[in-house]
Design a protein around this ligand. Structure first.
Ligand code: PAF
Length: 288
């Protein structure tokens, strides 16, 4: 596995591989890799001859008072895992390499509408930071394919809209969430949880499953389901930010016709903010 931190060298390496006719996949990450990231790499390897992974803790997507400073940085451990997973190229640019004029002077990408709801409502500027860095990484690597986890469903949809709106020639793939045996979605932020919080955390998935079951069985009183979900999270020790049932395609409010829904939640356990979601198909019930 090659390790590169300069954009110029990255471009040369990737260009040579493209010229050799190889399909290139990019897995953008912020490091502190876990089974979810390794699944993205595995899926990338099945679809492309060359796999590039980027590790960059992007300051532009963290708000004031968020965890940019204490975000876990475990580069050597990550590199060992990526090497064993068969990654060809690890790209680890510095903040100076990505934002040479500084963040304030950086041309920013704002994806309207979808960036301002749910996580975007409580994390102002977060999705502009994500869209900007992902656009830059896509331009640096120019992959055929880029892979992201479905756990960050809103992020995935923001990226899809950006790619569509800006006509970026890349296929964006969402990969199913990888979970711990007790249902907790794998996340670098799980490492912040105390032992007690870790034992409470699987309730987030359990509550999402309860709502999903209720919808699959025909309930469509979404406001009531959302409020019940929030209550259940509070009873399990969480401080919910949102618990919301949306159209899975664009996170708009559901109407009677939508069949594919997403149940999305963000909730804090102590200082740690966890997010998760489940996709659910609404059943057709014959009238009688
Ligand atoms: O999901 C992440 O790890 C980050 O938001 C991403 C997509 C790598 C952009 O910094």
């Amino acid at each position: 596995m090659e390790r590169i931190s300069a954009i110029k060298e990255l471009r040369q390496q990737v260009a040579a591989r493209r010229l050799a006719g190889e399909r290139i996949a990019l897995v953008p990450t912020m490091g502190n890799l876990h089974a979810g990231h390794l699944e993205l790499v595995k899926q990338a390897r099945q679809r492309a001859g060359r796999v590039v992974v980027s590790i960059f803790v992007n300051p532009m997507q963290f708000g004031a008072g968020e965890d940019f400073g204490r975000y876990p940085r475990t580069l050597e451990q990550d590199a060992t895992q990526l090497e064993s997973a068969g990654v060809d190229l690890l790209f680890t640019p510095s903040v100076q390499e990505v934002y040479p004029r500084g963040q304030e002077a950086q041309t920013a990408i704002t994806v309207p509408g979808i960036s301002n709801i749910l996580c975007g409502a409580s994390r102002a500027g977060h999705f502009a930071g994500v869209a900007t860095v992902v656009c830059k990484l896509l331009n640096m690597v120019q992959p055929d394919l880029a892979l992201f986890g479905n756990k960050d469903l809103q992020q995935l949809l923001v990226i899809r809209q950006m790619v569509e709106d800006l006509c970026i020639p890349v296929e964006i793939m969402g990969i199913p969430t990888v979970r711990e045996p007790d249902g907790l979605a794998r996340s670098s932020r799980n490492g912040y949880l105390t032992a007690e919080e870790r034992s409470q955390a699987p309730a987030l998935y359990r509550v999402l499953c309860e709502t999903s079951r209720a919808i699959a069985q025909g309930r469509s009183d979404y406001a009531a389901l959302e409020s019940e979900g929030k209550q259940s999270l509070m009873a399990a020790g969480f401080k919910p930010d949102y618990y919301s049932i949306r159209n899975a395609a664009d996170l708009s409010e559901p109407n009677g016709e939508m069949q594919k829904l997403a149940i999305l939640a963000a909730a804090c356990l102590g200082r740690t903010r966890l997010i998760d979601n489940l996709l659910v198909e609404r059943q057709e019930f014959p009238c009688n």
